[in-house]
Ligand binder design. Sequence first.
Ligand code: NAD
Length: 387
Amino acid sequence: MTNILRQFSFELPTRIEYGVGVISKLGDELRLLKAQKVAIITDPGIIKAGLLDKITSILKEEKLLYNVFDGVDPNPKDQNVERGAQVVRSFGADAMVAISGGSVIDCAKAIGVLVSHDGKRIKDFEGKTAVKKQILPFIAIPTTAGTGSEVTFSAVITDTENNYKMTVRSPFMAAKVALLDPKLTVTVPPHITASTGMDALTHAIEAYTVKVSEPVSDALALYAIELISNNLVNAVKNGEDIEARACMLVGSLLAGIAFSHSDVGSVHCMAEALGGVYDAPHGICNAVLLPYVMEYNVEFCIEKYARIAKAMGETFETSREGAMKAVERIKKLATEVGLPSFKSLGVKEEDLEKLADMAAKNISTESNPREMTKEDYLTLFRRAMAD
Ligand code: NAD
């Protein structure tokens, strides 16, 4: 069914600066923010890859005071946020620079929330209404092509008391500027390129197919699907290929804008449950579940899946044939980039009920094109487990 008669509104509070070498604009951007004391939020992987030095040398040139908080885990934890907020507060930062993947960018957003609201526990800000004002201004520099967090309004943080990934969401949390430099992504190792790339593809596919999709996000999602599906294998196999890296970074950006204005669906509901309970990498969780959910949804998305197949360069006679080709192409892509199986995540049979329950309670369950109950989720988890 077309969405052309439904109302929508579209706003992007983040300015995007993109290009090979665009990182050199960081000084100008900080000057525009009138920053004097800059908190850099990052993680050990970025320091190891030599990327932190690029940032600190720019800040030194600009004669800005800075400090570094690198205590962010993948699937960032509430404790990472609360510790980070203490560090940023005691330094007296007036701006932040978040450099790494979605974990760091999300953690920076959540740190910004605590600092500007004088908060102690990020749990108090869970949901869509608790953030009441603009957070500490920050510049997001994504170095993976996956989450699109540089342009979304949410932070996904693990509640370590209850082992689940909560979402804190508000337009006040958007980055002031997203600096996207494909050069910064060439050091991403192949397995992370693969899983983060599949994450971005999942965003685009779900943004396009959920019940709440709208025309602007549809347009962004379809081009994201084209860019990602045609460049992921090359980016994984030949990480130095700057053009493939650039296509992936733009694909991930467009997918991020798309899903934050539309929504994600059941793949994410299941992946977030898995990530919370097993602390498994988010991109892998999405990637291993995407084919199962697509197969389950296919009858409810024939036309849209056919359009996805077209964006991936497939040819076909009927929409039904196209829709099936889209599902097959996703399975093939996951194999080509060497993604692990669901089984390899070590999921225990006795946890499946809990995981299905968590997925069913996720707010994005309502957006999935096919109605999903806890039992439906259980069926899908069992199917993935059996393969
Ligand atoms: P990540 O941020 O956890 O990074 C994975 C690893 O890659 C880290 O060890 C990091 O150091 C390393 N890395 C990053 N860039 C590198 C580079 N250029 N060279 C070498 N190593 C590099 O992974 P991610 O997939 O980007 O983020 C996942 C997180 O984002 C999850 O917590 C997920 O829930 C969240 N997420 C958020 C949104 C949102 O809109 N806020 C959307 C989707 C996912």
